[in-house]
Design a protein. Structure first.
Length: 282
């Protein structure tokens, strides 16, 4: 056992020592420290000990769920949040992050139910209306999504995320001028909002404003150089302008990523469409 302890990182070895002499509070405190430091697996291990030692404490399950969310273990996070809600039905945060897990699993209807529960508990929280709108967008209920985003903006007129959601809904309703205006509002409020610039480029392209689409795509690439989508869209728009070499050169500032250059070549060669806000299929 001593050899095992010495073979582990210091904080993990320390955790094994606590198995014999620690209590739930010790684990809970240390798990919180691990979460703040980004050590999510260590946090999960300690929250699991909290659950074992204090099975009726909702915070242990909630913490376990949060650690799992950060580890992208979305499916496993759901029952953790469900158990914390069983123990404390008015635990708004548990409803919120349960909804987040459902969205990441593509379970939009379940996410909608959880966001609505949370909104009933926290009726003045505009971000919950944004979450409800996002769930409606994922369910292709775009008019309902717009109503939710408007409700969010009545609570907070400066919420960039609500305008971003509206841009997605408008795009799916083929209302591209409104997509463009909502995207502009989003970047006015949050100038580094790369996704809003991507949606802006999509709207410009649909409105046949190719140069403006290029400029929005390039701004998105400057803000989020790790994303391939802005280069994809810029390549398409350059192609529409007849600037075929620039379409290929759009990959020049792209970090090495498998398939990006070839993707741009397909855009130029086959007139491949840009990607952006629109989610529905036709």
């Amino acid at each position: 056992m001593l050899l095992l302890l010495f073979a582990l990182p210091a904080e993990r070895a320390h955790g094994l020592a606590f198995v014999q002499q620690g209590n739930a509070n010790d684990y809970y405190t240390r798990a919180g420290n691990h979460m703040q430091a980004g050590r999510f697996q260590d946090a999960l291990d300690d929250f699991q000990q909290v659950v074992r030692l204090a099975p009726n404490f909702p915070g242990g399950y909630f913490g376990s769920g949060m650690a799992r969310l950060n580890l992208k273990q979305f499916r496993e996070a759901v029952p953790d949040f469900e158990q914390s809600i069983r123990l404390k039905p008015d635990f708004a945060e548990a409803h919120i992050f349960k909804a987040t897990a459902h969205l990441n699993l593509g379970q939009a209807q379940d996410a909608l139910v959880s966001f609505k529960w949370a909104a009933n508990l926290l009726p003045n929280n505009p971000l919950l209306q944004v979450g409800i709108g996002d769930a409606y967008n994922a369910l292709s209920q775009f008019d309902a999504a717009l109503n939710s985003y408007d409700a969010a903006l009545r609570l907070d007129a400066n919420l960039a995320e609500a305008y971003l959601g509206k841009s997605v809904a408008y795009a799916n309703l083929d209302r591209y001028a409104e997509t463009l205006e909502a995207s502009r509002q989003a970047v006015r409020l949050k100038p580094d909002f790369a996704i809003a610039y991507i949606n802006m480029s999509y709207a410009h392209e649909r409105l046949e404003q190719h140069q403006a689409a290029v400029e929005a795509s390039l701004q998105a690439s400057r803000l989020a150089p790790e994303m391939a989508q802005p280069y994809n869209n810029a390549g398409y728009s350059y192609n529409q302008l007849g600037q075929y070499q620039k379409a290929l050169e759009a990959s020049g500032s792209t970090p090495a990523r498998t398939g990006v250059v070839e993707k741009l070549r397909r855009i130029v060669t086959h007139d491949e469409a840009p990607s952006g806000a629109k989610r529905k299929t036709s």
